[in-house]
Design a protein around this ligand. Structure first.
Ligand code: UFG
Length: 322
């Protein structure tokens, strides 16, 4: 089949591209390379396209007849979204609107959208299911929620199908150690700590140890990036339905505290960390763990990476090599 991957040079997008290539699909990437890095692969068609530029996007989309579009392009640093509200709105919400417009213009009707658990805001239940209220507490989460709403609107009016996947904490790297996670600035726990270990910096900052959790630090549901890619692939079968506007959580259903992650990193890197407790980070919910019943049942998907240390090891292999 013929697929477009927007943001295919980024962290999750590049793993999706890898997955599709392994299945021998025809893959095109549109990426503006603002944060991603394209590792040249001769089986991929790459176009430097910024979704904000609708006329350029239309030119690139014309005559391509993609069977489906995987949309990962966007900005994803939660703290930055608070300061650069307009930039985030433009690159996330307006860019996605352009993508939908362009798809409709060329009769491409199947979109898989990279949403986030940040749409939920502060959880009111132990595990979060898809029908939990959505009350995002960051601009980034608000962007994702607005896009999901736009997709619902188009799903009602036009012959447009979509699936929004709400990721919990994407983690790890492909076993090949050729692609992995890195952001600028790095704010994500796992890559930040692994980079520090690599550069022999011992001090690790834990934001808050007085949360109402088992060890006082925040709990997150870490899901391997290749499990995320596989879930997207399984999602494609839903496009056979006459109508399709769906939402699924992608997580493991298990939570790990920040201290557990740091312990795991000490184990796999065989380095002792110097843990320093700092003030709570603004906007951090104490616990974010997915209720995955819906995706387990409807897509027959289950995570393959169940052990957090295995996930951490894949990430470490990549960081060591880069
Ligand atoms: N943390 C530290 N020290 C650090 C970095 C992070 O203690 O140096 C803590 C954070 O406070 C948080 C946990 O580690 O408790 C995980 O933080 P990340 O930044 O790795 O991830 P988040 O949970 O903040 O963000 C993730 C996704 C976002 C998504 C968000 C939903 O990466 O894309 O969940 O709330 F929007």
């Amino acid at each position: 089949m013929k697929f477009l991957v927007t943001g295919g040079a980024g962290y999750i997008g590049s793993h999706m591209v890898n997955f599709l290539l392994k299945k021998n699909h025809d893959v095109t990437i549109f990426d503006n390379l603002s944060t991603g890095k394209f590792i040249n692969k001769n089986r991929i068609k790459f176009e430097k396209v910024d979704l904000i530029n609708l006329s350029k996007l239309n030119k690139s989309m014309k005559n391509k007849k993609f069977d489906a579009v995987f949309h990962f392009a966007g900005l994803s640093i939660v703290s930055e979204s608070e300061k650069k509200t307009k930039k985030y709105y433009l690159n996330n919400v307006l860019a996605t609107k352009n993508l939908i417009k362009s798809m409709i213009k060329y009769n491409i009707n199947n979109l898989i959208f990279s949403s986030s658990a940040s749409v939920y805001g502060l959880p009111t239940t132990k595990k979060i299911s898809e029908n939990h209220r959505t009350r995002p507490i960051s601009e980034y989460g608000k962007n994702k929620k607005e896009i999901e709403k736009i997709l619902i609107k188009f799903g009602k009016k036009k012959n447009f199908k979509s699936i929004s996947f709400r990721y919990f904490n994407a983690a790890g790297a492909d076993e090949s150690a050729k692609i992995g996670e890195s952001h600028h600035p790095e704010t994500h726990l796992i890559p930040k700590v692994l980079e520090s270990v690599k550069h022999r910096k011992k001090n690790m900052y834990v934001y808050g140890n007085t949360y109402n959790t088992k060890d006082g630090t925040c709990i997150r549901d870490y899901i391997h990036v290749n499990d995320i890619a596989r879930a997207h692939y399984y999602g494609l079968k839903k496009f056979k339905n006459r109508k399709c506007t769906l939402t699924y959580n992608i997580g493991t259903g298990r939570g790990h505290s920040v201290l557990e992650i740091l312990n795991g990193i000490e184990k796999i890197t065989k380095k002792k960390l110097n843990i320093i407790f700092k003030r709570k980070r603004k906007g951090d919910p104490p616990i974010l763990v997915a209720d995955c019943k819906k995706i387990f049942k409807e897509l027959k998907w289950k995570p393959k990476y169940k052990n957090i240390n295995t996930i951490l090891l894949t990430a470490w292999k990549w960081h060591k090599k880069t």
